[in-house]
Design a binder for this molecule. Structure first.
Ligand SMILES: Cc1cc2nc3c(=O)[nH]c(=O)nc-3n(C[C@H](O)[C@H](O)[C@H](O)COP(=O)(O)O)c2cc1C
Length: 341
């Protein structure tokens, strides 16, 4: 026996030894708590990092629209991004009106472009107006035998053929918004304002949305609605500008629901602009293209859609099929349509 062990006093360690299991338990609990704490901290930093990298992967434009991580569809919505004014002129009146209209549009702080139809190829460019949020104004003059000016000849030929070509269909220009002001002289009774009427009709047949009633400028001061072609234009221009304001603000005009497609005959159009019976005519797309239709705010697709509304909403798959067919038609139309054919 080691004599030095006799001199050691182990008595203070005896309670520790007796309670050793409690001490082990305490240590085990401490370690478990520490592990849990570490797990929680790591999880939190992982979520934070993930959120940051996710945010970085979202394009800036989309992030600008986000509030608390959710996209707000109404924020920064721009209902009209600008106006394109197309003109077909020979002696300069339509061109001059285009400049006056551009000035008025500029006062609304909207970008505006004036385009001579001579320099515009509808084959390449017209379909762009469908998605551009642009409003297009057409100021077109009529000449001998109801013909367009030389500068607008190709544009009119293209539109006429496209609107009568089944490959384009009535949704080819769906989404495009337009208004037409025709320049003419009622002394040429049988062809008065023929080009304005036709351009308006052809765009409508291709599914473009007419934002306001077609205007008729008449050089014949005796018969002109406002006393002169300039006054006719001024009247149309002020209506166009107020309609533009409405569109720009994204407002919907109120409707009493007593008319087709929820468009109010009484509230939307001044009576002097509407010819008798124009609003109640049957406007199905199958109507005679030569028929003199009176324009109002609409598109051919919307109007023929009214009759078909019930059947379309009840057969969703057919609707999808229709959309696909229209896309195919548009593509075919674009590929198959040859200049001057
Ligand atoms: C030779 C000639 C033929 C015309 N033929 C027609 C016509 O058939 N129908 C019509 O509505 N206006 C007709 N007009 C009137 C023009 O459309 C009108 O003067 C218009 O303001 C001309 O616009 P512009 O100066 O932009 O070319 C004719 C004018 C001229 C000089």
């Amino acid at each position: 026996m080691d004599p030095s062990l006799d001199t050691w006093d182990f008595s203070p360690l005896i309670p520790l030894w007796i309670n050793r299991y409690y001490i082990y338990l305490g240590f085990a609990l401490g370690i478990s708590l520490w592990i849990c704490f570490q797990i929680v901290i790591r999880k939190q930093s992982f979520i934070f990092k993930g959120k940051n990298s996710q945010e970085r992967s979202i394009p800036k434009a989309t992030r600008d629209l986000m509030t608390d991580g959710y996209i707000s569809l109404h924020k920064k919505e721009d209902f009209v991004s600008g106006v394109k004014i197309f003109y077909g002129s020979q002696t300069g009146t339509a061109k001059e009106f285009a400049t006056i209209l551009a000035e008025a549009v500029t006062s609304l702080h909207l970008p505006v472009t004036i385009i001579n139809l001579k320099e515009y190829d509808p084959d390449d460019n017209l379909v762009e107006e469908v998605t551009s949020k642009i409003v297009c104004a057409f100021l077109v003059a009529t000449y001998t035998d109801g013909r367009p000016t030389e500068s607008a000849e190709w544009f009119c030929k293209w539109l006429e053929e496209a609107s009568n070509d089944f490959r384009f269909g009535k949704t080819y220009l769906k989404g495009m918004r337009y208004a037409v002001f025709g320049l003419g002289n009622s002394a040429y009774a049988s062809h008065f304002n023929k080009v304005g009427k036709n351009v308006d009709k052809w765009l409508w047949m291709l599914g473009a949305h007419r934002v306001m009633t077609r205007g008729e400028g008449d050089c014949n001061v005796v018969k002109s609605k406002h006393g002169s072609i300039e006054a006719d234009f001024r009247a149309w221009k002020s209506k166009f500008i107020s309609q533009l304001q409405v569109l720009h603000q994204g407002e919907k005009k109120s409707c009493d629901g007593n008319c087709r497609k929820g468009k109010c005959e009484s509230s939307q159009h001044g009576s002097e602009e509407m010819e008798p019976g124009s609003h109640t005519k049957d406007r199905s797309h199958q109507r005679d293209p030569e028929e003199e239709e009176e324009p109002f705010e609409s598109s051919s697709e919307e109007e023929s859609g009214t009759e078909d509304h019930q059947s379309l909403t009840s057969v969703v798959d057919v609707e999808d099929l229709g959309k696909i067919m229209n896309l195919v038609k548009k593509e075919k139309g674009r590929n198959g349509f040859q200049k001057g054919s």
